[in-house]
Every structure is written in C-alpha cells, then in structure tokens.
Design a protein around this ligand. Structure first.
Ligand code: PLP
Length: 408
C-alpha cells in the first residue's frame, strides 16, 4: 500500500486511459531537477516536452504569477487587459508580426492559423482556394483539424470523417512540393524542425524554395513554431535562422514556460480576415498566462541567454558523441539549440522507450520522438553541471540497455 492518498494507481482508477504516465509521480521541481513522491531526484532533460524553457519554478516567473494572481485572474475577451497587451507588444516588437491572437495551447494556435489561412484565401481569391499542404511526419496538435493537417495517419484513425482539403507531401523535398502546390493552395504549413516526427531540421535551401513556391501560388506560409520557438533553437524563433519570413507563426509550449498559453502571430493585412466575431476563445489572453509569458519573453530575449543555448547544444553533443563512440548506439545526432534528437542504429530500432525507462531508473527524465529517436528538450538555462550529471546518468542507462541486449 502506498503511503500517499493519491498515487500512480489512482490514475488507472479515475483518468481516461489516453496517457500512460511513468510509475513515479513528480511532486516538486526546481531549476532542472524534479523530486517524486518517494523523494527520488531526477535531472530533467525533457522540459515538459519543450515547455519549461526556464526550468521549474523560476523565481521571476513565480513572482510574476503571484503578483498577477493578486490583481486580476480572468475577464474574457469582452474586455482586454494590460498583461495581454504588453505581451502582444513584446511579440510584435521581437518578430515579423504586427498582430497577435491568444489562445491556450499549440493545437488551438494552429487551429486559428488554419482557419485564418482558409478565410484569407476565401476573402481575397474565392472559395476554391482552400487546400492546405502539409508534410508527412509533421505534428500540429490533437484537434480534428490539426490531426488532419498533421502528417501522421495514426492520429486520425477511428476519428473519421476528417476535414477535407488537406494534402501531404515529403518534407525537405522541393520537387514533391512543386508537384502538389497549385492555385488552389491557401497555405503551406511547416515545422522548421519536425519535433514529434523525429527531430528533423528543415534544409535551409528547401525552406527558401517553400517560401518562393508559396509566393508564386499566392499561398500563405505558416510556420508551426510551437516546439521550435521561444529560444529553443538559439534564435527567439527558428525562422530567424533560416532567413525566411512566414506569413503566420504559431507559438505555445515555451511561450508560457509551463503556464498554458498559445499565440498566433501574423501581419496586419492577413489579420483583417479574422474580423469581429469570426473566431475566439474564452480564455485567450488570460491575464495570469500573459503575465507569466511576458516575463518568459523578457528573460529569453535578454542577452546572453540565446547565445548560451548554442553553447549548451555543443555540450550536449559532446557528451552524446562520447557515449556513441563507446557504445555505437546512435546513427545520427541532429537538431539545433536545445532541441536535439539522437537516432538509434538499426539494431535498436523500436527500442527508444527502453532507453527512456533505463534513464528514469538512473534518475534522468528525457523524451523519445517516435520509436527510434531519443529526444532532449531541457530548460534553456540548464546549468552545465546538470548537463554533465544528466549525461553521466544517461551513460549508465545506455550501458545497462546495451549489456541486456548483448545478454539476451
Ligand atoms: C510542432 C507542434 N505543434 C503543435 C503541437 C500541439 O501543441 P499542444 O499540445 O499544446 O496542443 C505540438 C505538441 O507537441 C507540437 O510539437
């Protein structure tokens, strides 16, 4: 019998079984460390799936949340509020965008982006221009529209019929896109780095070509930066490293540093198509969420944080290369900034979750991206000592998996 009134087995009793959480239940976090109900400590290389950009319980975020919680919690969009306005100002100051729509999650930000792309084409070119082109392996959320635009069929299975007018083609393949894009295309939707699909960065020349094809076909270019944005790649948004400007950009995850918020960014001209009454969200622009996100963006844009992200990338890579030269388990280490994927060699295909479990035993939280890729998306300010300690734990986990494989 567990000494805790609620524990992992409570999950099976009272929660819908769409998740399969780990056996331990985390109760406390500080920086890049987490403690579970039994007091066991973990190093966090998962960052809540690229959400806790400033680690757990960052004092400045705690203080922004506390301050706002004593002033104003919620109004709805019948009124605007100061934190939302200040955050929108910060986002437009730091990006190509002139207008912002707030919501609560990445899926919801993408839903808004896809609806806007359709509506803009409808307003400017007529109802025939309604096709959305996306890429295989992409991930854009779990609403019915976003799983349809996402390039992984398994997330649609059993939920049909799905919305129509969505086409898919190969990522990093300009000729394939050329073959599918047309004057019926209203938008091309792309992750600058496919996150869930295996941490696959877009080729810079491909990105430039996508921009050109969108312009030639009067199609909007939508960047889903839900995972790649807010400093993750070492730029505030990944588009800045490609020298390609999207028409619409979506953000969530790290935007709130752990407090739920999503945003869709665009230009004034395109934003006109979401006129009064066309779209909305009760909680969008919630003062608590916006006050925290404002603090997040202020901290992330203050030098030298973004420069340090690439230094921390190098440190991760050095450790992963060292593990690889000893155990030969990775076919490739890729990604940018602190979104890193290590693809397993064929021998270990399908076994990424085994490494995850072994790492958890050693006191390390990390992620997978599909069955063959280990994924790392830690806090952007993870201390170097924590990287070194986490990697020592990973090495012990790898040694165990490799030795079990050799024996069995
Ligand atoms: C690129 C991308 N877009 C959208 C989403 C969906 O975000 P949310 O789970 O906040 O709806 C995710 C989540 O993993 C993502 O990685």
């Amino acid at each position: 019998m567990s000494k805790h009134p609620v524990n992992r087995s409570t999950f099976d009793q009272v929660m819908v079984p769409n998740y399969a959480p780990q056996a331990m239940v985390p109760v406390r976090g500080e920086g890049s460390r987490i403690w579970d109900q039994e007091g066991k400590e973990y190093l966090d290389f998962a960052g809540g799936i690229a959400v806790n950009a400033l680690g757990h319980c960052h004092p400045a975020l705690v203080s922004a949340l506390k301050k706002q919680s004593e002033e104003l919690w919620h109004l709805s969009n019948i009124y605007t509020n100061e934190p939302a306005l200040e955050l929108a100002q910060a986002l437009t100051d730091h990006t190509f965008a002139e207008k912002v729509f707030f919501c609560n999650s990445g899926g919801e930000a993408n839903e808004a982006a896809f609806k806007l792309a359709r509506k803009y084409a409808y307003d400017n070119f007529g109802p025939e221009k309604n096709e959305i082109v996306s890429f295989y392996q992409s991930f854009h959320g779990r609403t019915l529209f976003t799983v349809t635009v996402g390039g992984q069929k398994k997330y649609c299975e059993g939920f049909e019929p799905v919305p129509g007018g969505v086409l898919h083609t190969n990522y990093n393949d300009l000729e394939a896109l050329k073959a599918i894009i047309s004057d019926r295309t209203c938008a091309v939707v792309i992750e600058p780095i496919q996150g869930e699909g295996g941490v696959i960065p877009a080729d810079p020349e491909f990105m430039k070509g996508v921009r050109k094809l969108c312009d030639q076909n009067n199609a909007l270019l939508v960047f889903d930066e839900v995972q790649s944005g807010m400093g993750r790649t070492g730029e505030l948004f990944a588009y800045m490293g490609f020298d390609v400007t999207p028409d619409i950009l979506t953000s969530a995850k790290s935007l709130g540093g752990g407090f739920p918020i999503g945003a869709m960014l665009t230009t004034s001209k395109i934003a006109e198509s979401l006129g009064f009454g066309t779209h909305g969200s009760t909680y969008g622009g919630n003062p608590l969420a916006c006050a925290v996100a404002l603090e997040v963006i202020n901290i992330i844009t203050a030098p030298p944080l973004l420069d340090n992200v690439s230094k921390k990338h190098d440190r991760f890579r050095k450790h992963l290369d060292a593990i690889n030269s000893q155990y030969g388990i990775f076919a490739e280490v890729r990604g940018k900034g602190l979104l890193i994927g290590a693809e397993l060699v064929e021998k270990y295909h399908g076994k990424a979750k085994g490494f995850l479990a072994a790492a958890a035993d050693e006191g390390l939280m990390m992620l997978v991206a599909g069955p063959n890729v280990l994924r790392f998306a830690p806090s952007l300010i993870i201390p170097d000592d924590d990287i070194d300690e986490g990697m020592a734990r990973l090495e012990r986990a790898v040694a165990k998996v490799v030795s079990a494989e050799q024996q069995g």
